[in-house]
Each structure stands twice: as structure tokens, then as C-alpha cells.
Design a protein around this ligand. Sequence first.
Ligand code: ADP
Length: 523
Amino acid sequence: MSDVNSERPQFDDFELLTEVSQLLTILDLDGILNRVVDLVIRLVGARRASLFLFDEGELDKKHLILTNPQQDAPLVSQVLKEGLAAWVVHYRQPTIVDDVLTDARWLPEQQVDQPARSAMSIPFVYENTVVALLTVVHEEPKHFTKYHLRMITALANQAIGAIRQAQSFHKLQNQQRQLEGVLHTIPDAILVLDDKGAILMANSAALPLLGNTAPEFFRNRLLIELTELDSALHPVQEIMREIGDSPLRPGTQWSFETRSENLKKDLQVSIAIWEDITQSMGGYVITMHDITQLRDLHRFKDEMLRVASHDLRSPLSLIIGYTDMISLDLGDPDSPIQGYLEVIRRSTERMNGLLDDLLRVERIRTSPLELHERVDPQKLIRVVLVNMRPFANEKKQRFESSIQLDGLEGIMADPVLIRQAMENLIGNAIKYTPEYGRILVRSYVEGGYFYFSVEDNGMGIPKDAIPHIFDSFYRVRSRKMVGIKGTGLGLSLVKTVIERHNGEIWVESEEQHGSTFTFRIPI
Ligand code: ADP
């Protein structure tokens, strides 16, 4: 017993307990590791110590404690590969080396004033994995005892908890920094609000919209109190006002466009609800995407349309007028020049037709719809069929219809536009179906919707073209299309009309076999 006691270091047990328990209050990893090393050196009277930390089996080079400044990184990796450290990590066993000169596991240190003669190495094991490795040395042989080993092992058990806690904290902090980094590099402005509309976070792109004020200025303040900072926030303010104190309704979204006069930018805004059920927290995420270029394009397009409608019309009418005059002046109806004039007239009329289409699409897109009229679809379809039948007859096509609308009193629609849409679909079916083909027009009511479909057994549409078929100016490019006239505006016009009636349109088609275009609008 007395033997053991004489091995005891001059260290108060109570002091040790206090020091160890304090480890758990430190969140800074380097702080903990330095404290552990310091404590161990004092406890066992070691000359030098090293503490390696491992993260998922790899040496954590950022948190390496070496009390001997001459010890360098290459030696660290060497001892971990083939030295004492490698042995301890592998067997997960603490060990004492009484004399390093007789132990093959010891790799001699370079340029050390007092070379080690004895050493002790202890693994910090958590769930069967070595989390850290502590090695202490002394210049005398047989310096370290079993008692030292037991004490340091006990200390290691305490330290593991603190190390793990600090590591998790670090990881969390890193993840948070990473997330913040990502948020700040996103070019869209992002504002995160709580359920009352107070700003929790704004990314870098959002700062100019908040007048480049400091986070301390806007954080936790209601966004509606800050909307004077930028005109882009005015519509947001209106929505936030409207929402008021009503509880969050997950899934709700608002989307609209706004303009920042300060930044001279047009922005597409979307407001969505975020929710953290576990913490019963929630609020709003506002994202603003710069659409200035798109808006500029729109403005350019509007300008082009204005030019087209006014400035191109008059020269075209002049061309037609003069063509007629030349034709009359020529007198001779059999002159080949009459043929040339006819080509000029036809081409000019096509240009006029194209202008008509363009302007019509634009008018429908931008003008208010006359939807307060109750239209009788049966009557409407009858007119459409009468109008279109002669074109089918011309191509000797079978033109059939199945109209089952009995009991339907009417639909709220703009009769002129809906008639044009129907005629357009039937016109396409006739155009893209060869002679002797078959066209079937169907209309019925189902689930509160009015359906209208046109089926043909014509050339059909290639699979890769289907997603684009309703785009403006899109036409399928194929050899079969050669000689079939069109502008690619018809279907885009039909789609616009149907969508403005809150309806939908789609197509099912197979190349060589035919197509079915269907639209439905709510009754
Ligand atoms: P246009 O007929 O003036 O070319 P549309 O917008 O009406 O323009 O149609 C776009 C394209 O869709 C057409 O060029 C054609 O390739 C294809 N398409 C439309 N309707 C049919 C149909 N019934 N069958 C096969 N292809 C069709």
C-alpha cells in the first residue's frame, strides 16, 4: 500500500475532480484539449505530451496538440503509421513503455534536448472507436506507473464526453455556416420572416432592398415597417397586411411581380410558408428573382408589335393597291406579268395575315375578357361545324361529330374567342390530315367541365415536339410539313384563350396515326 501511495503525485483529488468536471463546460475544442494535456502533465509529472484527435477514423490535423514544438507533422503521421501510436490505436489498449530503447514500437525523436526514455500512451475510446490518443514521455526510464495509467484512463473517460460534445457543437456550427454561405451566394433575394412578419434573416442579395442597412437595424423588425426602404416591398406590404394575424396556412403561396425603383430592377416575388413542426415555429420565406431582362424583352416585343401594327400595315396596303393598279393598267389578262402580280398580292396578303395573328394573340393576352356572357355551346358548335365542313369536304375527309350537351344550360365564355379556338383546332386537324382522312369533333360534360375535342387520323406529332406544340411560332419540322402553310401561332392563341377561361388544353398524339386535341373549361 505504502508503495502505491509513494507513487501518488502531489495533486489534490478534489482539485482534480473540479478540473475534470469543468471540462464539460467548455465548448471550444482546442480549449478542452489543451486543458486535458495540461492536467495530465501535472498529474503524472510528464516532460512532454501529445494529443491526437480523430474524426471518423481520420486524424483531425486542425486540432493537434504537441507540447514539443520540434515535433513535426511528418513524425506524427509516421508514428501513426508504424510507431507506438499505431499500436495503441490498433489494439485500443493503453500501454506503458518502461524503456524506449528496448521497445521496437518507439520511433526515435529528432533534435530533442532531453530524449524520452519512458512513455505512456492512452487511447480515448468511445463506442469501440478511438476518438483521441494521448501520449506522455519522460527522460528517465520507468517513470510511468500503473497508477498513472489508471488515473489517466479515468480522466480520459471524462474527457471523451467533453470532446464529443465540442465536436458536435463544431459540426453544427460548420453546418450552419455552410448553410449561411450558400444562402448568401444565391443571387435571388431571400427574406425569412417569423409568423408575425418580423425579419429573422436576409441574405446578401436582399440587403440592397433593405437600403443596405445593417442586420442589427432590420433583424426582428416587422417587414411592413420597413417597406419605405424600397418600392419593391410595397406589394409585399399589402399582402402582409391582408394576412394580418390569421394563422399560417402551410402550402399557401403568393406570386407576383414588382419593381424596385432604387435598383431599377423588375422582380418576380414569391411568398411561401415555412414550418418547423417539432419546434412549433413558422413564418414566411420571400424570394425575389430578377426578371429585368425578361421585362425588357416584353417591352421590346410590345414596341415591335406597335411598329408592326402601325408602321408595317400602311406600306403593305400600298403594295396591294399598286399591284391592283398595275394589273388594271396592264389590260392584257393573259400577260405573264399578271401571274407575277398575283404572287406579289398573295405574299403581301400572307404578311397581312401574319400581322393579324400576331396582334390578335397580343390583344387576347392583354385585354380583359368578356366573360359575363352565358353562351349556349350547342349553338356555338353548330355554327363552327357549318363553317368548317366545306374545308373538310374539299379534302374529301370524313367529317363527323358527337355532341352530348343535353341539359347544359350554358357556359360563361367569350363566344367569339371560344369559336375561334374551336375553329382553329378543327382547321389544324383538316390541314394536317391527308385527303380521305377522318375528323371527329366531340363535346360532352363531365365532372363540372365542358369538354371539346378534335380527333384526326392524320400525320400526328413527333414525341419530342409535343412539349413545344403550344409555344408561339413553333412548327414541327418534317418533310411532310413542306408546303403546308402556317405561322405557328394558332395553338398558342387557342391555349391563351382557354387559359383565360380558367380551362386547360392538351394533346394526345402518335406520329403517323393522328392526334386528339382536347380542352375543358369549368361550367
Ligand atoms: P400552324 O398550324 O400555323 O403551323 P399551330 O400553332 O396551329 O400553327 O400549330 C403548331 C404546329 O403543331 C403545326 O405547325 C403542326 O406542326 C402541329 N400541329 C397542330 N395541329 C396538328 C394536328 N392536328 N396534327 C398534326 N400536327 C399538328
